[in-house]
Design a protein around this ligand. Structure first.
Ligand code: GDP
Length: 366
């Protein structure tokens, strides 16, 4: 599955947020199971209102959402890249996630110690980022030397990889995260970059943890974070971990009332999960029938057989075609029958690139 790693300095609210996420998931009905893979990893359902709309039309008995994992990665301190504290373990844990959720303390509270003795989320972000950049720089410098040699000897793979490596190295030497390259990168280069598995090339979502009273408005700190995120091509969300921790313990009805009182339209966790999902560059397709409506996840750009493979490897191997109905056609035309009558149920083959929201029915050989 796809994983988002929750990082940040100590005492910024990572665990509070992680516990709220997992408690919400645990409290959900049986068809939204939460499972603990490891003590610090939780799988959560991705909220998607389209699922209910499809299920209503298809008359499905059950709704099965798609899921992503969150990992609470504690242990970052200044000097982590030099092995301080749990530095090496921390960096190894980040290497294993697909995207980073970076929690920043934007709340004032004299009772909660800040490791740097002041509230400055942009500076905090830089502290964390510096450790990640130093780690990337060290590992990349070594590899570039090797790759230059092999490229000089006309090694094909090295020749292909080297320009991407050099570009990443130049950014790091300039004190910038490799993520900046993602803004406009060709698909081939993206694959190469992902293969390098650098820490600062992973997409980042900044989470501004604010006081309860500022959850709907933000504050000057969250504005500064938003500007920083924009300059990096990243995104930020405002959340009050304290509110989320409370909401996560309430039954649905009460949770809604509580959110209304706070001037919030929906739980911050739902926003966070969706933002995490978008960060991973994933899309959702659906299968629908009387038994269940189910959401499935594929990477953007996936072709129909690959999408079938998410359900079962046999579906991919024996793929013949996929009956495809765009989400909007499905709901406006009243489902499969209506879409067929309107000529909106397409038969797509092996080369079809699945679109977000597609309702698919696979035909395959066993
Ligand atoms: P971590 O070290 O980043 O995992 O931080 P924790 O989640 O353990 O939080 C550190 C402390 O800050 C705990 O005592 C939390 O109760 C408190 N805390 C977390 N979020 C908030 C918040 O939004 N407002 C306030 N006032 N305290 C918070």
């Amino acid at each position: 599955g796809f994983k988002c790693g929750i990082v940040g300095l100590p005492n910024v609210g990572k665990s509070t947020l992680f516990n709220a996420l997992t408690r919400t998931a645990a409290a959900q009905a049986a068809n939204y199971p939460f499972c603990t893979i490891e003590p610090n990893t939780g799988e959560v359902a991705v909220p998607d209102p389209r699922m209910q709309a499809i299920a209503n039309i298809a008359g499905s008995k059950e709704l099965i959402p798609t899921r992503i994992s969150f990992v609470d990665i504690a242990g970052l301190v200044r000097g982590a890249s030099k092995g301080e504290g749990l530095g090496n373990q921390f960096l190894a844990n980040i290497r294993e996630v697909d995207a980073i959720v970076h929690v920043l303390r934007c709340f004032e509270d004299d009772d909660i110690t800040h490791v740097e003795g002041r509230i400055d989320p942009v500076a905090d972000a830089e502290t964390v980022e510096t450790e990640l950049m130093l780690s990337d720089l060290e590992s990349l410098e070594r590899r570039v030397i090797q790759t230059r040699k092999r490229a000089g000897a006309k090694d094909k793979e090295s020749l292909a990889v080297l320009p991407v490596m050099e570009q990443a190295l130049a950014l790091l030497q300039d004190g910038k995260p490799v993520r900046i390259m993602l803004k406009d990168i060709a698909l081939d280069d993206l694959k190469i970059l992902q293969g390098l598995n650098l820490l600062t090339s992973k997409p980042v979502l900044y989470v501004c943890n604010v006081a309860e009273a500022e959850a709907s408005t933000g504050n000057e700190h969250t504005k500064a974070v938003a500007d920083m995120a924009t300059s990096q091509g990243a995104r930020s969300v405002i959340i009050s971990a304290a509110i989320e921790a409370e909401v996560a313990q309430l039954p649905d009805e009460e949770a809604k009332e509580f959110l209304d009182e706070m001037g919030l339209e929906e739980a911050g966790l739902d926003r966070l999960i969706r933002a995490g999902y978008e960060l991973l560059d994933l899309i959702t397709y659906f299968t629908a029938g009387p038994k269940e409506t189910r959401a499935w996840t594929v990477e953007k750009g996936a072709k129909a057989p690959q999408a079938a493979g998410v359900i079962h490897t046999d579906f991919e191997r024996g793929f013949i075609r996929a009956q495809t109905i765009a989400y909007n056609d499905y709901v406006t035309l009243g489902g499969e029958v209506g879409a067929k009558e309107a000529g909106k149920a397409r038969d797509e083959g092996k080369e079809y690139v699945v679109q977000d929201g597609d309702v698919l029915l696979f035909k395959f050989n066993v």
